[in-house]
Design a binder for this molecule. Sequence first.
Ligand code: ADP
Ligand code: MG
Length: 209
Amino acid sequence: MNNHDTNDTNDAYDATFFRAWLGRAAEAVDREADRLTELDSAIGDADHGSNLKRGFAAVTATLDKEAPATPGAVLVAAGRQLISTVGGASGPLYGTLLRRTGKALGDEERVSRAALAEALRTGVAAVSQLGGAQVGDKTMLDALVPAAEALGTSFEAAREAAEAGALATVPLRARKGRASYLGERSVGHQDPGATSSALLVGALAEVAA
Ligand code: ADP
Ligand code: MG
């Protein structure tokens, strides 16, 4: 009975679960910040780790203070915080992801994994619309799109899909964001945003397990 992953029909996930997810995500970002910045120094401007570290620290501080009562409100508050604290491209993009996913969840007090998967697909589509990127452009969407799809199956499948999507950015040539200025020279490096997306989805799978 300890496997939320098999809990398809019950509305299993409340605001506390979502706060735990973002807390775990903040820890992962903190732990991996140097690696994210290293990846961004190869094909960007070496600030992805520090950007997200600052953003997620602000997210946890806000959630501790406000303690929003519903899953949707947690994600909306977190997204708003990312937009206002992260200057780089990733702030508005991740902020939009969380805000739009939160809005799509509505004001239910508990949501199912299936409902979260559907809301996440809405959030991911908003990221694609905001940044004009698609799968294969070597961005966070290479991890997020397959993860949102696989979340329809299980949290663990989503984690694996995000991880595989991030690894699959290595041979790609960047077509969006700062890395696209490098053209062919962006080939052979893992995208920082796809890597941080895999961390966020990994944190979700961890708290669900
Ligand atoms: P910046 O590029 O402004 O320095 P960050 O370093 O924090 O911002 O984030 C870089 C990451 O943002 C990239 O690795 C990529 O995954 C993601 N990214 C950049 N532009 C886009 C876009 N148009 N659509 C989706 N993701 C993008
Ligand atoms: Mg950068």
